[in-house]
Design a protein around this ligand. Structure first.
Ligand code: NAD
Length: 441
């Protein structure tokens, strides 16, 4: 099939590469000329396991192409995916300007029947707005061309995006026309051979399903963080509690790790957007608002422990920070807890020696003008001259460090572990001061 994809970020690029891998002819369109030039040269601008190989091999076969030419993008695809960003606006609502601009472009340039697929995460009712934007552009041209709007939200996880896309748990397809549904069934057939994973529904339900999934997961994280803070006050160990509840099959182990709060490009903005959507229809979303408030506070918890340890005098101190990405296996630092911590530390007069296995380049870009932050090439280098170690992201390489070397290198043997990676008793035996989340320290 001929497919066009607008937006070549984490979602658009993975979607394009995976559809090309299945033998479709894919044209990816982006307004970011630098990004497109890199992709045309075989360079993948984001880190995502397995993506680079897939992009290169399909580009070599001519099945995956990249362009900034909007007209070519609209002409090429019988199915056109909108996978552009939907960032938070100032009031927390999802900013739809990029989605609607693509919709208008489609209406301005289309010359034959199209299936237009909203893959971006968009508030309930956006499919209607997309339909109106396309219709308005067609009316302006004085032409009438059939088109179908489909909602097909994406559930991939950064860090496992290719694997998730190739083996989805479910494929949600929201439609109001038979044609739209049939085209998507055909397109997704190769991902669906083992058993049918498509869940058909109306457009509004499909749009809400995406928010429901993210808010459910964010709620588990905030609830666990709230329990962890309580465990600290009560002298309990949240890791024991986690195991004690995770074994219950009604609860399970996923998304019940206490930590430094959720980040990334999805949970924070999607939680905010759903609160805003609720307000618009006169409903006060109390649980969801609580999830957001707990998360905002949680991003401070490790800093407060650190500040207490140093009697609130951080001026001139230096800290090693391991992990900058909002989670392992990605280079994405959007809304990452590391950023809140770095802001708090540097505002208190401390220096940060930061290291991440994949996000160093992104960190260098973000902190280019901040002399209080030095991005280090490896984890050992980050420890030089540090008064303590802060662990923010649970990359594998941070799980079993050489603690003796660590103790010898740090100015003072203190670890602030935002991911509960280490054994508190063992570290205390070794002579470390050890602070974790919800482990009574
Ligand atoms: N990142 C994730 O893990 C994830 C998972 C599921 C859903 N989503 C949703 O998918 C959407 C995209 O997310 P992302 O992380 O890929 O975003 P991103 O910011 O990485 O990429 C968006 C891309 O769209 C491009 N763009 C903007 N306007 C454009 C236009 N008019 N025409 C063509 N390209 C344009 C930008 O230049 C950018 O390259 C968002 O709505 C997000 O909520 C993201």
């Amino acid at each position: 099939m001929k497919i066009s994809i607008f937006g070549t970020g984490y979602v658009g690029l993975v979607t394009g590469a995976c559809f090309a891998e299945m033998g479709n002819e894919v044209l990816c369109v982006d307004v970011d000329a630098d990004k497109v030039a890199k992709l045309q040269a075989g360079e993948v601008p984001i880190f995502e396991p397995g993506l680079e190989n897939m992009v290169r091999s399909n580009a070599a076969l001519g099945q995956l192409r990249f362009t900034t030419d909007i007209l070519a993008g609209v002409e090429h695809g019988d199915i056109i995916f909108i996978a552009v960003g939907t960032p938070s606006d100032e009031d927390g609502s999802a900013d739809l300007q990029y989605v609607l601009s693509v919709a208008s472009s489609i209406g301005e340039h289309m010359s034959g029947e199209k299936v237009i697929v909203d893959k971006s995460t968009v508030p309930v009712g956006t499919a209607d707005q997309v339909r109106q934007a396309v219709s308005a552009a067609l009316t302006e041209r004085g032409v009438s061309i059939p088109f179908h709007v489909v909602s097909n939200p994406e559930f991939l996880k950064e860090g496992a995006a290719v694997a998730d896309f190739m083996k989805p748990d479910r494929i949600v397809v929201g439609t109001s026309t038979e044609n739209g549904a049939r085209m998507l069934e055909q397109l997704y057939a190769p991902f669906n051979r083992n058993h049918d994973k498509i869940v058909h529904m109306d457009l509004r339900s499909a749009e809400l399903t995406k928010y429901a999934a993210n808010v459910m997961l964010a709620t588990r994280i905030s609830l666990m963080n709230e329990l962890a803070n309580l465990a600290d006050l009560l002298g309990a160990d949240i890791e024991a509690v986690r195991r004690g509840i995770g074994m219950d099959p009604r609860i399970g182990y996923h998304f019940i790790y206490a930590g430094t709060g959720y980040g990334g490009s999805c949970f924070p903005k999607d939680v905010k957007a759903l609160i805003h959507t609720a307000q618009e229809v006169g409903y006060e979303a109390r649980i969801i608002s609580g999830v957001e408030a707990v998360n905002a506070d949680q991003k401070r918890v490790l800093f407060d422990k650190l500040s207490n340890h140093f009697a609130h005098d951080l001026q001139g101190r230096t800290f090693a920070m391991w992990g900058l990405a909002f989670k392992p296996n990605t280079d994405d630092m959007r809304e990452a807890p590391s950023r809140t911590l770095i802001d708090l530390l540097t505002a208190a007069g401390a220096q940060v020696r930061a290291y991440d296995p994949e996000a160093n380049e992104e960190a260098q870009r973000i902190y280019a003008d901040n002399s209080a932050v030095e991005v280090c090439t490896n984890r050992t280098a980050s420890l030089t001259g540090a008064d303590g170690l802060i662990v923010v992201t649970e990359w594998n390489e941070f799980r079993s460090p050489d603690f003796v070397e660590l103790k010898n290198t740090l100015n003072t043997p203190v670890i602030f572990d935002g991911r509960n990676l280490y054994d508190p008793d063992y570290l205390r035996q070794l002579g470390f001061s050890y602070y974790a989340i919800g482990r009574s320290a």
